[in-house]
Ligand binder design. Structure first.
Ligand code: KIV
Length: 272
């Protein structure tokens, strides 16, 4: 286990808060399946997000909108089955919470009962306040998500940096404070100016988890397929690639094809 955290205990939402208080950065990655989630957990990650980015990287959709509640529950179940230490957070997919707070609660309850996830994440601020309050009042931990909220791509029209203008930045600060007040245990800040993210992180007592939001956040999250270099076509400025698995896979599959075609595989030691 290559963990950098001295604390080997199960990560809970309470641990998140303690990490913020002692100034320990929170390391989070996405995962969507049993095998990779197990490896990521064994490597010592603090939290795993079963992101609705599964819609893009697992299903191949152009946006996060089409993924269903059933599909999110399936991915979160696969991840939970592989994880022992990390906190597992499941995204609530588009359409599962925006209608009204009764529907939102029913969706969150399904995620908790059927997937083994320990918290949910919801995109948006004041527009979804009532839904978040209802979910939290049922004892379900909620992570907020502000800044670039990919489920609203059809409203924004682009995936560019958000909250560069004062009015949008002020609304984001108000929303972040509101999310803390109503009881969210953390807030994801996606693709906003680093200075704004630092200010929000300083002013909130709950942790902020950044993606494309600079180094002043209390933690960071990346999509696993992006940081492992599986997703070759996606290279935003904020992404650091820690491996080039696309090349590793290409070479391994190429060698296998060559060995099968030449008759070299299987050899006598690989037969019964
Ligand atoms: O779905 C996802 O992977 C996310 C992260 C980008 C924060 O929401």
């Amino acid at each position: 286990m290559s963990t950098y955290s001295e604390d080997k205990r199960k990560v809970t939402t309470r641990r998140f808060q303690e990490m913020k208080e002692r100034g320990e950065k929170i390391a989070m990655l996405t995962s969507y399946d049993f095998s990779l989630a197990r490896l990521v957990d064994e490597a010592g990650i603090d939290a795993i997000l079963v992101g609705d980015s599964a819609s893009n990287v697992m299903i191949g959709n152009a946006t996060t909108l089409p993924i269903t509640l059933d599909q999110m529950i399936y991915h979160a179940r696969c991840v939970s089955n592989g994880v022992k230490r990390a906190l597992v957070v499941c995204d609530m997919p588009f359409g599962s919470y925006q209608g009204n707070s009764t529907e939102a609660l029913a969706s969150a309850v399904r995620i908790m009962k059927e997937s083994g996830a320990e918290a949910v994440k919801i995109e948006g601020g004041s527009e979804v306040k009532e839904s978040i309050e209802r979910i939290i009042s049922a004892g379900i931990p909620v992570m907020g998500h502000l800044g670039l909220t990919p489920q609203s791509i059809n409203k924004f029209g682009t995936y560019n940096v958000r909250a560069k203008e004062e009015a949008e930045a002020n609304k984001l600060i108000e929303d972040a404070k509101m999310l803390e007040e109503i009881g969210c245990f953390a807030v994801t800040l996606e693709k906003i100016p680093a200075e704004l993210a630092s200010r929000v992180s300083r002013e909130l007592s709950i942790p902020t988890i950044g993606i494309g939001a600079g180094n002043g956040c209390d933690g960071q999250v990346l999509v696993l397929q992006d940081m492992l270099g599986i997703n070759k076509g996606f290279s935003p400025k904020f992404l650091r690639r820690y491996a080039d698995l696309a090349t590793v896979i290409d070479e391994a599959v190429g060698s296998y094809i060559g060995d099968v075609k030449s008759g070299d595989f299987p050899n006598e030691n690989e037969c019964y």
